[in-house]
Write a protein that binds this ligand. Structure first.
Ligand code: C5P
Length: 221
């Protein structure tokens, strides 16, 4: 069985998906982290995004692998554990940028579908899981939330991980809105709810309340 959870950043997707997977004993796949690992590779190897041969070679030797260590998924770029770099602002910006490139999306689409085949019952979070990658998913969820609240959540998450006195909630809001616009207006796999998705506004809900709301929709055996 597959559950897809899509939506913009700061809606609680990853936290909700992880918690739901834990309570169900299912596997959780964070597809944003796959985009981020590739983005980290583009930066590390100085891939010229305007050079088709360079990008093509980089993608053909798909460098991203997921390894579970002590119950936590680590994202590897070739032999390097890239997990600790994935939330860096430059990696975040690059992930958003490469997500508009068709060849990048096609490569990750194959990787994501392979994970579903090998993974058993799974929860995938991302932007196009319900619309493009798994159109026949058993349950599709689309999370939304007020942009101001999403910015507040993302700001608290960022400063908890890496205290930065120059970071403000306004900056985080501006960045979120810019990346949302890029996600929603790109030609390929734009961010939008699938027609058969259940849309849940998480603005006023706790993580547990969102998990409970999703559980109500899980089809029975
Ligand atoms: O979810 P997260 O913020 O980690 O995703 C990083 C970036 O990857 C997003 O800004 C989005 O542009 C892109 N993404 C995507 N499709 C997905 C997952 C992420 O385009 N399925």
């Amino acid at each position: 069985m597959i559950i897809t959870i899509d939506g913009p950043s700061g809606t609680g997707k990853s936290t909700v998906a992880k918690k739901l997977a834990d309570t169900l004993g299912w596997i959780y796949f964070d597809t944003g982290a796959m985009f981020r690992t590739l983005a980290y590779g583009v930066i590390k190897y100085e891939i010229d995004l305007n050079s088709e041969p360079q990008l093509g070679y980089f993608l053909a030797h798909f460098p991203v692998t997921l390894k579970k260590q002590n119950g936590v998924t680590h994202f590897f770029l070739d032999d390097e554990d890239a997990t600790m770099h994935l939330r860096r602002p430059d990696v975040t910006e690059m992930a958003s940028k490469i997500s508009t490139i068709q060849a990048v999306r096609q490569t990750l689409a194959i990787a994501q579908r392979k994970l579903a085949i090998s993974g058993g019952s799974s929860i995938f979070d991302g932007r196009d899981m319900g619309t493009v990658i798994f159109p026949h998913a058993d349950l599709k969820i689309f999370l939304t939330a007020d942009p101001q609240i999403r910015a507040e959540r993302r700001y608290l998450e960022l400063v908890a991980k890496n205290p930065d006195p120059t970071l403000t909630e306004e900056r985080v809001l501006a960045d979120i809105l810019e990346r949302d616009t890029r996600d929603m207006t790109r030609d390929i796999a734009p961010l939008k709810p699938a027609e058969d998705a259940h849309v849940i506004d998480t603005s006023a809900l706790s993580i547990d309340e969102v998990v409970a709301a999703i559980k109500k929709h899980i089809p029975g055996p």
